[in-house]
Design a protein around this ligand. Structure first.
Ligand SMILES: N[C@@H](CCC(=O)N[C@@H](CS)C(=O)NCC(=O)O)C(=O)O
Length: 183
């Protein structure tokens, strides 16, 4: 999404996680946690040869830093974005991911686990909803990597057992993120 938004040229290398391609040595060499996304920048500004990265938060920070886009320079605004980026990486992403796992994929339906992650997702949606009240974007004045990181986790709200009408600001926020740079 970042590369599309900023029109930076890129090449996608598909990794079929259904077939276990994330465990192949070539992929593990750049993503030792066997998860995607991962990137390989063949022309980092250091001039010290290709740079590989895994973890979407680190990737977003790197791309923002390199391109000078979607992350403010000014200290307060910059760390406002970074804290919400970390909030997604440590909260919304993992909790919604476990929610999905226990509600949809776990071979055993464990009521405690299902309720735990659904409630936690619900709480996090509430935090985001409160945050978005009276502001156009999650952090700072402008669209940033914080919106870019959170938006994809709100899109599948139904499969996370959440009703978007309970979170009108998230609804409006995700529609804003979806149309920031219409193509
Ligand atoms: N914290 C990681 C999470 C990455 C993640 O969970 N990726 C999933 C796909 S969305 C994956 O690669 N799963 C493969 C697997 O579980 O083996 C990030 O933000 O980059």
């Amino acid at each position: 999404m970042f590369l599309e938004e900023t029109a930076i040229p890129y090449r996608i290398v598909p990794v079929n996680i259904g077939a276990g391609a994330q465990f192949e040595p070539g992929f593990l060499a750049i993503a030792p946690n066997n998860r995607m996304p991962a990137i390989l920048d063949s022309e980092p500004t250091s001039g010290e040869g290709p740079l590989s990265l895994f973890e979407s938060g680190a990737i977003l920070l790197y791309l923002a830093e390199k391109s000078g886009q979607l992350l403010p320079r000014e200290l307060h605004a910059r760390f406002e974005v970074i804290q919400w980026l970390f909030w997604q990486m440590a909260g919304l992403g993992p909790m919604a991911g476990q929610n999905h796992h226990f509600a949809r994929y776990a071979p055993e339906k464990l009521p405690y686990a299902i309720a735990r992650y659904m409630n936690e997702t619900n709480r996090l949606y509430g935090v985001l909803n409160t945050r978005l009240a009276g502001r156009a974007f999650i952090a700072g004045e402008n669209y940033s990597i914080a919106d870019l990181a959170c938006y994809p986790w709100i899109v599948p709200h139904e499969s996370q057992g959440q009703k978007l009408e309970d979170f009108p600001q998230c609804d409006a926020g995700s529609r804003r993120s979806a149309r920031v740079r219409p193509r």
